[in-house]
Design a protein around this ligand. Structure first.
Ligand SMILES: Nc1ncnc2c1ncn2[C@@H]1O[C@H](COP(=O)(O)OP(=O)(O)OP(=O)(O)O)[C@@H](O)[C@H]1O
Ligand SMILES: [Mg+2]
Length: 286
């Protein structure tokens, strides 16, 4: 790509500058668990992330503007507006699981939200909650209170971010529920454009940024089956990995099953066959 300059590598994406205002985000097939990129790739995973994000960007414009400018024919490259990213991860939880469950067990709270007593693991919360975390340059993001997040982005901006994040979550959770999928929790990254307007960026409602549970198997009181990285996390834990670099190789059957879960999430949520998307990526925008 002679007209582009490589500016950064994330755990999953390669970031190129097209010019001063535009980036090209190329989603690789890399998978990270516990913030470590594994040595084995999941074929087409980057395409699933790209297609799902674009699908949601096209459907959430009425809630908040987003960075999407276009998709390339490889189905893994997104042209987008270059933003000044906010230094917080915007997490919304509708169910109590993951680090939220750990925090709740320890303190009865998540990011300063006091929750009802006696919740079971994976239970639905009375209301979705906004639970920001730090955006660690290396290592793990940490849950923070809204007061701490306000110090990072400003109090007024945080009010806007929380309102937008909750509205996005409610919209997608209802959409997914109608398709038999529970959106347990999700993470957004937002940025500011040249006019300091809030813009949704990065990836949205993908199996990397969200926990998707099949609704027909939902059974609170323990962990849930899922269409996301949980399957790979569980495999990595089952082999006794200490969650530090390097991660374990994934066997072929785990790769195939993970790919199938990602593709199924794509197809169930978008209603578009994955092959149709590969043939013409912009079908997800319609
Ligand atoms: N429109 C945008 N403008 C500027 N940066 C963006 C935009 N959209 C996404 N990004 C950034 O691009 C990167 C995407 O790469 P990737 O998802 O692989 O990173 P990550 O591993 O999640 O996080 P890290 O940034 O810690 O490497 C993130 O750092 C994200 O903040
Ligand atoms: Mg990312």
């Amino acid at each position: 790509m002679p007209d582009t300059v490589h500016v950064a590598s994330g755990k999953v994406r390669e970031i190129y500058a097209l010019d001063d205002e535009r980036l090209l985000l190329v989603a690789s097939d890399r998978i990270s668990t516990f913030d470590v990129v594994l040595p084995t790739e999941i074929p087409d995973k980057g395409r699933v992330l790209t297609g799902l994000s674009a699908f949601w960007f096209a459907r959430t414009k009425h809630i908040v503007p987003n960075h999407l400018l276009g998709l390339r024919d490889d189905a893994r490259s997104t042209e987008c507006r270059r933003l000044a990213m906010l230094p917080v991860e915007c997490v919304v939880r509708g169910y109590i699981t993951g680090s939220g469950w750990k925090d709740y067990l320890a303190s009865g709270e998540v990011c300063g939200h006091r929750l009802p007593e006696g919740l079971r693991e994976s239970e639905r919360l009375p209301e979705p909650i906004f639970t920001p975390s730090t955006k660690a340059q290396t290592g793990h993001d940490e849950n923070i209170t809204r007061e701490q997040a306000a110090e990072l982005v400003g109090a007024d901006r945080l009010v806007e971010v929380e309102r937008v994040a909750l509205e996005l979550y409610r919209f997608a959770a209802a959409y997914a529920e109608a398709r038999g999928i529970i959106l347990a929790d999700t993470k957004f990254e937002l940025g500011l454009d040249e006019d300091s307007c809030l813009v949704l960026a990065d990836e949205v409602f993908t199996p990397d940024s969200s926990r998707f549970w099949p609704a027909d198997a939902f059974a609170p009181g323990g962990p849930q089956a899922s269409f996301d990285k949980q399957y790979v996390r569980d495999y990595c834990e089952s082999v006794g990995w200490d969650k530090t670099y390097p991660g374990p190789e994934l066997p072929d059957d785990v790769v195939a099953e993970t790919r199938a879960k990602y593709v199924e999430a794509f197809q169930r949520l978008t209603g578009v066959s994955f092959d149709d998307f590969l043939a013409d990526p912009e079908v997800v925008l319609q």
